[in-house]
Design a protein around this ligand. Sequence first.
Ligand code: R5P
Length: 309
Amino acid sequence: MRVFTGNAHRELAKDIAKYVGIPLGELEITKFPDGEIFVKIVENIRGQDVFFVQPIALHPNEYLMELLIMIDAARRASAARITAVIPYFGYARQDRKDQPRVPITAKLVANLLVAAGTSRILTMDLHAQQIQGFFDIPVDHLYAAPALIPRLLEKKLLDPVIVAPDAGGIKMAHGYAEAMEAGLAIVSKQRKSATEVEAANLVGDVVGRDVVLTDDITSTAGTLTQAARLLKAEGARDVYACVSHALLSDLGLERLKKSPIKDLLTTNSVPGKDLSDFPVTVVSVAELLGEAILRIHGNKSVSHLFSYT
Ligand code: R5P
C-alpha cells in the first residue's frame, strides 16, 4: 500500500501517511515551460494499493489536473487499485442545471476521475450527498461531524439550536441536532450572485438560545454572516459557525470579522489561510481519513467512522 500527494495540501497528506504508518510515497511534479504538468512516480508501484490525497481547493484547476495526471501515471505503472482521497471535492456546487446552458461540473469531474483510472473515491462532506451517484465506482463518503461535534459540546452551549443557513443544509444540520440533542432551525437564503446572498426568513425558535450555524463550505461567508445577522435580530443569544471546508477568501474573512459570529469551527480539509484576526478552531481530519484508508485497504467496514462518540 502506498500514499502519495500532489501540491494541494502536503501537510494533511503527511499527517494521514503518519497515521497510516508509512512515509509519503516519492513522486515528482514539475512543469514544462508552457505550464503543462509532468508527474513521475519515483518508486515501483506495480500491483500496489495506491492512495492519492488531494483536495480540489484554492487552485482547483491546477490541483484537479495534478490529481488526474497522477492517477494516469499510476494506472500506467500497473497499480492494482487507485483510490482518489479528496478531502474537499471541488466543483461540486455545480451539481444540477438550474438555468439554461450551464454545466454540471460535479458530473464532469466524476467522469474525468474515472476516465483517468480511479478505482474508488474517498471523500468528506460532499456539497450534496447525491453526488455519490455521479460515480459508478465505490465512493466512501465520510462526515466531518464526528470530528467537530466533541468541540461543539465543549462550549457548554445554552439550550442550543443548530441552524441550517439554507435549504440545502437541512440534512447536515439535522444530523448535528440529533447527535447533540439540540433544537433545529432553518434560514431561507436567496443567492443574488457568487458573492452576495440574502437571508430572509427564519423557521424555528432561537430566542435567548445559543445557535450554531452548520454548513459544508464557507467561501465569501455571505451565507453565514447574513444568517447570523438574521438570527441575532430574531433574538438568538450567541451565534457560532461550524463548517466542514473553510475556503475563506479575503472578503469572507472581512465579513466574519464584522459579523456577530463569535467563532468558527472547521477542519483542515483545505490548507488554512492566516486566520489570526478571527477566532477559528481547526480540527484535523487526518486521523479520520487515515483510518478510512486503513479500513479500505484491509477490506473492513468504514461504518465505525460515522459514530459521533
Ligand atoms: C451553498 O449551497 C453552500 O452550502 C454554502 O452555503 C456556500 O457555498 C457558502 O458560500 P459563501 O460563503 O460564499 O456564502
